[in-house]
Write a protein that binds this ligand. Structure first.
Ligand SMILES: [Mn+2]
Length: 385
């Protein structure tokens, strides 16, 4: 039994999906927790049974622009210092960690000269409508300026999907990513994005609404499932044709510098093709030509999670790498606090997410810092060591 097979759902109204696998990120605290955790599950040395998982501490500097409104828009409360000291330490396994990120803000980003090699590669985890947090995180990495415009020259930026739902401004997030895609291309770099399961859900809600779809566990509808999974009415009302066109053409997977980028930590991609092009073509064909039932089936498959956890995790990663290439998978979708089982540290205290989470024998990097549960919106430069 895979972890997602045991994934519980909340009590659902009759109009909603009935199958646990149909559900995405559940409300804080309602996730499946192993009834009997493996010895040392968590952060001591026996965690090596889970592949030597570790956090990569991501230190972000305090910006020195006091009049920087982009950053000042973020008003998230930080946990008290005393609590931070009690947070799980970095796993002391494998080689020592090398801080991958410089301590200073790269702003303005140095402009490359023509003929230069491809710019540095960055990835962004799930955004889920948290536009202010996204702007702040991109600015802190020097990828956008204080006005929200691309400032990273030939850098390559990949979003790992899930732009809308739960947070306040999903359409604003899509607008920003589309804008950055144009600006980056003009500067010789690029900004690209993967399709997450919430893109399928959002597009399905817009296209099929309350139309019943055949779920394996009964009748469901995209609109009901979208609302249950954090769909924001104002996003649906602001969704325009050009958004739909852009979202519908996003690739499901991509390969960059030996990193296999995908949204969900699942091997379900293999059910859509034996190569990256096959998978992406299959999804595009499905969105263009197939009906609600096929959309729903695709959404359900790309909502599975946790395939890279546990003892079978590295094998699952190798399945994907063997088919599509690359030496590591980089994914979003499953918030790091859930992957690490650190969601219930203390009542009212946000989960501690020091940075990207490396696990599955160091074959997988998790990038969803759990911004929807007061974690962190992660932007990381690859490779991580
Ligand atoms: Mn997702």
């Amino acid at each position: 039994m895979t972890p997602e097979d045991r994934f519980p759902g909340p009590e659902l109204p009759d109009s909603g999906p009935h199958h646990p696998q149909d559900l995405d990120v559940l409300p804080y605290g309602s996730y499946y927790e192993p009834p009997e955790p493996p010895p040392g599950y968590g952060y001591d040395s026996t965690y090596s049974g889970y592949g030597g998982a570790r956090f990569l501490e991501q230190h972000w500097p305090t910006l020195s622009h006091p009049d920087d409104r982009t950053v000042q828009m973020v008003h998230r409360e930080q946990p008290p210092a005393a609590v931070q000291h009690e947070d799980p330490p970095t796993i002391e396994l494998g080689p020592p960690l090398t801080p991958p990120l410089p301590e200073e803000v790269h702003f303005p980003y140095p402009q490359p000269t023509p003929g230069e090699a491809p710019g540095p590669l960055y990835v962004v985890g799930d955004v889920h409508g948290y536009l202010d947090e996204l702007r702040a995180a991109l600015h802190q990495q020097g990828l956008i300026d204080a006005d929200g415009h691309w400032s990273a020259g030939r850098s390559r930026l990949w979003f790992l999907g899930d732009f809308t739902d739960r947070g306040p401004d999903g359409i604003g997030v899509i607008d920003l990513v589309m804008q950055l895609a144009a600006e980056a291309a003009a500067a010789g770099g690029y900004c690209r994005a993967l399709m997450g399961n919430h893109e399928l859900l959002f597009l399905g809600a817009a296209r099929y609404g309350d139309e019943p779809v055949q779920s394996t566990a009964g009748t469901a509808s995209f609109l009901a499932a979208w609302r249950l999974n954090g769909g924001q009415q104002q996003d649906l009302e602001r969704l325009e044709t050009h958004h739909i066109s852009w979202l519908s053409r996003l690739p499901a997977i991509a390969l960059e510098d030996d990193h296999l980028l995908l949204h969900s930590d699942t091997t379900a991609y293999l059910e859509y093709g034996e190569s990256i092009a096959e998978v992406n073509d299959a999804v595009h064909h499905l969105l263009a030509d197939e009906g609600a039932d096929e959309w729903w089936d695709c959404f359900r498959r790309f909502t599975k999670r946790f395939a890279f956890r546990g003892q079978a995790g590295p094998t699952a990663v190798h399945e994907l790498l063997g088919a599509y290439g690359g030496r590591r998978v980089v994914h979003g979708h499953s918030p790091i606090p859930y992957l690490t089982g650190s969601t219930h540290a203390e009542e009212g205290v946000p989960p501690h997410v020091p940075g990207p989470y490396i696990y599955a024998d160091e074959l997988a990097i998790a990038m969803d810092g759990g911004v929807t549960m007061e974690g962190r919106l992660l932007v990381a430069r690859l490779p991580l060591n």
